[in-house]
Design a protein around this ligand. Structure first.
Ligand SMILES: O=C(O)CCC(=O)C(=O)O
Ligand SMILES: [Fe+2]
Length: 332
């Protein structure tokens, strides 16, 4: 473990690094950890080819994006700025981030007010800062360190909006979406989550973040050199490598439904690291509140309805059931 670990900044539950696991071992080993080649399909944002993009979304549900146009210095500055905020004492983070930018730990599932939802089965080995993209321009922070973070995230977010628009154009061409189905792309709601995955005590620890699909239309993420993101394909967990200056895009549940299950909302998870903290910067696009998701496979629903069902299931069943709750023919 790094001697630099600043335990005071960790949530109390994460401070005991003496090697006991609170989560039962997962027997699903990751394959290909030693593979040099990166198996993910590559999509070039400067030459978006809708057929190639469509094939990646149908067969994989996840791809690597190159030539995305985000200056590497912006990403580095944003990550450094987030690192400084995460290294503040735990109690300060709780006190400072209770407005539009909120601090959470232990679970990525949030209530509608932005606080961490308790009641999920597992504790995930993570801390996060989250904020809606549209709110970034409306808040000013007294603290220069937080304000610098806000400005960097706002600029980074403008790039994410640009990237998502280009991808949507290519996807709707590939899927031949009609105007009803395309509603999910109009005025999407952007949401940022920046994570720190603290050093974990258990070398076999899998649950930095437990396996899940995203509820978004799509998700764009940057992971640092620690790696750890994994996705499920052909009954195997495969690692997503860190490749500098590239982004990872995955399809979310809303897109899977709108595409009549042609695109895959890919299952993924994050492996915690026993030696070093891991950072990731994630951007999610959700349909506008009033947008109805039309699909031949699911009954019409809105994102708020979906999200309310997910929250209910996490509280009562202990996990997200997701799209199957909305299926027209449950066994199909
Ligand atoms: O941290 C990551 O790389 C992935 C996070 C993630 O899957 C999520 O927030 O839904
Ligand atoms: Fe995710």
């Amino acid at each position: 473990m790094s001697e630099m670990t600043n335990l005071e900044s960790y949530p109390p539950l994460f401070r005991n690094l003496n090697g006991h696991s609170h989560i039962s071992d997962d027997h699903n080993q990751t394959v290909g950890d030693s593979l040099d080649s990166d198996p993910l399909p590559l999509i070039d944002l400067q030459l978006p080819d809708s057929d190639k993009l469509g094939a990646a979304c149908k067969n994989w549900g996840i791809f690597r994006l190159v030539n995305h146009g985000i200056p590497p210095t912006l990403t580095t500055q944003l990550q450094d700025s987030a690192k400084r905020l995460f290294s503040l004492p735990f109690e300060s983070k709780q006190a400072l981030f209770n407005g539009p930018v909120s601090y959470f730990w232990g679970t990525p599932a949030l209530t509608t007010s932005g606080t961490a939802l308790r009641g999920a089965l597992n504790i995930n080995w993570l801390e996060g800062l989250s904020v809606f993209h549209s709110q970034l321009s409306q808040v000013g922070f007294q603290d220069p360190m937080i304000n610098a973070f806000r400005l960097l995230l706002e600029e980074y977010g403008r790039h994410q909006v640009r990237i998502a628009k280009i991808l949507y154009g290519a996807m709707s061409k590939n899927l031949n979406l009609d105007s009803k189905q395309s509603q999910i792309f109009s005025e999407p709601i952007g949401y940022h989550r920046i994570y720190r995955y603290p050093v974990s005590p258990n070398p076999n620890e899998l649950s930095g973040m437990e396996e899940h699909t995203d509820s978004s239309v799509l998700t764009i993420l940057h992971q640092d050199q620690i790696g750890g993101l994994e996705f499920f394909r052909d009954n195997k967990w495969l690692p997503v490598k860190h490749v500098p200056n590239t982004l990872i895009v995955n399809i979310g549940d809303m897109m899977q439904a709108a595409s009549d299950d042609e695109y895959i909302s890919v299952k993924h998870r994050v492996r915690a690291n026993k030696d070093e903290e891991r950072f990731s910067i994630c951007y999610f696009e959700f349909p506008a509140d009033g947008a109805v998701i039309h699909s031949s496979k699911y009954r019409p629903f809105t994102y708020p309805e979906f999200s309310a069902q997910v929250q209910e299931d996490i509280k009562t069943v202990g996990y997200k059931v997701g799209l199957p709750r909305f299926k027209l023919h449950p066994n199909s």
